[in-house]
Design a protein around this ligand. Structure first.
Ligand code: RB5
Length: 148
């Protein structure tokens, strides 16, 4: 079965989300695209919650969220227990977010990151496994913060 990814954006992230979805599908991932599918203004916490809950609930292994900056999406997604969302502006950050932080949601900003770089960041995020080892202890501590 294909590895499953869930994606969404707000109105400020439509184009970059389309590119992210295409990049993930081209790498063999099964992508559930939660929209929105029109340019009307929407509220990013609603879409962040939908993706975060799909990842936390196990419907998808990884999530992709795009807004204007990536910041609002990451703030909202990180409120859902079990989600480790990271805003990434570079392929290096995307690799580190997966390898060291076991990030399970990638947040991008369409007003910050161009389409070509955005696709490369998505590919780096999806291709990088969590390293485990000493990082597992730290991620466990991160997850414990959900229960405070
Ligand atoms: C929408 O104008 C913008 O505020 C939103 O996309 C995002 O950048 C918030 O963090």
């Amino acid at each position: 079965m294909a590895d499953r990814v869930v994606a969404a954006s707000d109105h400020a992230g439509l184009q970059l989300r389309a590119g992210a979805v295409e990049a993930a599908r081209a790498k063999g991932f099964e992508v559930e695209d939660l929209g929105p599918h029109a340019a009307d203004s929407v509220d990013y916490p609603d879409y962040a919650a939908a993706v975060a809950e799909a990842v936390a609930g196990g419907r998808a292994r990884l999530g992709l969220l795009v807004c204007g900056t990536g910041i609002g999406m990451s703030m909202a997604a990180n409120k859902v227990p079990g989600v480790r969302a990271a805003v990434c502006r570079s392929e290096f950050e995307a690799r580190m977010a997966r390898a060291h932080n076991d990030a399970n949601v990638l947040c991008l900003g369409e007003r910050v990151t161009g389409l070509g770089l955005g696709a490369a960041i998505v590919e780096a995020f999806l291709a990088t496994p969590f390293e485990g080892g000493r990082h597992a202890r730290r991620v466990d501590k991160l997850n414990a913060l959900d229960r405070r």
